[in-house]
Design a protein around this ligand. Structure first.
Ligand code: ARG
Length: 443
């Protein structure tokens, strides 16, 4: 084999990160082999002793990973055999690297999902904390990025809470399907040794075994599913990032992010750039790319295992790393947000944000909604001519638009009145925001 082909076909540079999972699975396999009298208890003891030494060497950094041994599995097995002799050579009885690698990836991904789920939970708590603090802070709600209606900043943040709640559900669901044992499938057809797959599954904490040996070594749909769930999570974080970037623009001036999440410019001394949210938005692209890479990797493969599958690791690992880092940063960044309620309110006042409230008021007075809509249109035009907000129009001006308007209209036209009126479940009224937070905290 030429050096080029060796490098081309090797995976040890990137699959070595699964070494803990590989050793854990090997020990479970060896324990089962001894229990089934396929290897001796002496062999098992040698394997356990040797593996403890391998663990020590890898942890201390003295383990030598060799490209000549192609992948993680052969590197560890070779070292084990050097350390304990024949017992090391017996470890591979009744298994293949095909079911071995599938097992390692599932163990690895299961651990990664657990880490990410716990980070996601922390991120959700930070969102709830900020939403509670800003439960009554008025913010312009946009549609088409134009001022639409008043909402509370807390309510806006809770929208993201709901999105990532679904992301957490998707991950938990993906974990269930990931958590099945491929070992026992061997190369593809199973093995002629009297193995006990359920015993290995129990040792490794799998919920069950993969029911078909071909499927066990051939498919990576669990990894694709994880990347799909990750792509959705990143899409949500990217939308939040985009809003943070907009809100930090002085034209909005709605929030400030702590300086440690921003950088300056090498040429413009005055700049504070929202680099962290921009990068989160940007990194969403690579996560989508990984999802496409894995889908494409699978689509043309005949059953069962093909070397193509070795290409599953880098996209999967990078997805795990990117999600982990992004969540860690967001957990710190969210509490560092300072709201500027006066700027939010200024933006609201410029947008006739309570126009719908006036239309609803007229409807309650008996005007059909479409007529109310038209009447309020006239009021908005008049306010625009005078350069003032709806709430500043005199009662006289308002009654010129519709005689149904009485002096009780003033509370309806205020931001507070508009917010308080939306007091149903899922509405933006401060009391509803607090109730939603309380429900969310109960799980
Ligand atoms: N390094 C391989 C992978 O990542 C392990 C399985 C190789 N199996 C084989 N028969 N070449 O998929």
């Amino acid at each position: 084999m030429s050096d080029l082909v060796k490098r081309y076909t090797a995976s040890v540079d990137f699959d070595q990160r699964m070494w803990r999972q590989d050793i854990r699975a090997s020990l479970a396999h060896a324990t089962m082999l001894a229990r089934q009298n396929i290897i001796s208890t002496d062999d098992l003891a040698d394997i356990e002793r040797g593996m403890a030494q391998v663990v020590h060497e890898i942890e201390s950094g003295s383990f030598v990973w060799s490209l000549d041994l192609e992948d993680l599995h052969l590197n560890i097995e070779k070292r084990l055999t050097t350390l304990v002799g024949d017992a090391g050579k017996r470890l591979h009885t009744g298994r293949s690297r095909n079911d071995q690698v599938a097992t390692d990836i599932r163990l690895y991904l299961r651990d990664a999902i657990d880490d990410i789920a716990s980070l996601l939970g922390e991120f959700q708590s930070r969102l709830l904390d900020l939403a509670e603090k800003e439960a009554a802070t008025a913010l312009p709600g946009f549609t088409h990025l134009q001022v639409a209606q008043p909402i509370t900043f807390g309510h806006h943040l809770l929208a993201y809470f709901e999105m990532v709640r679904r992301d957490a559900e998707r991950l938990a669901d993906c974990r269930r399907r990931t958590n099945r044992l491929p070992l026992g499938a061997a190369a593809l057809a199973g093995t002629s040794y009297p193995i006990d797959r359920q015993f290995v599954a129990d040792l490794l904490g799998f919920d069950g075994v993969c029911e078909n040996s071909l499927d066990a070594v051939a498919d990576r749909d669990f990894a694709i599913e994880f990347c799909a769930a990750g792509a959705l999570l990143m899409m949500h974080l990217s939308r939040l990032s985009e809003e943070l970037v907009l809100w930090m623009n002085p034209r909005f001036g709605f929030i400030k992010l702590a300086d440690r999440f921003c950088t300056g410019s090498s040429i413009m001394p005055q700049k504070r750039n929202p680099d962290v949210p921009e990068l989160a938005r940007g990194k969403t692209g690579r996560i989508y790319g990984h999802l496409m890479a894995l889908l494409t990797l699978m689509k043309g493969q005949p059953l069962a295992y093909n070397k193509d599958n070795q290409e599953d690791k880098e996209p999967l690992f990078d997805t795990v790393d990117t999600l982990t880092d992004t969540l860690r940063i967001f957990i710190e960044m969210i509490p560092s947000i300072t709201a500027h309620p006066e700027n939010m309110r200024d933006a609201l006042r410029q947008g006739f944000a309570t126009a719908t409230d006036l239309a609803d008021y007229l409807t309650r007075r008996g005007l059909p909604f479409r007529d109310a809509h038209a009447a309020v249109g006239l009021a908005v035009r008049r306010a625009e001519e005078l350069g003032i907000d709806l709430a500043q129009l005199s009662l006289e001006e308002l009654q010129r638009v519709s005689p149904l308007i009485g002096d009780d209209v003033s509370t309806v036209l205020t931001i507070e009145g508009s917010l308080a009126a939306r007091r149903h479940v899922g509405g933006t009224a401060p009391e509803q925001v607090l109730a939603a937070i309380a429900r969310a905290r109960c799980g």
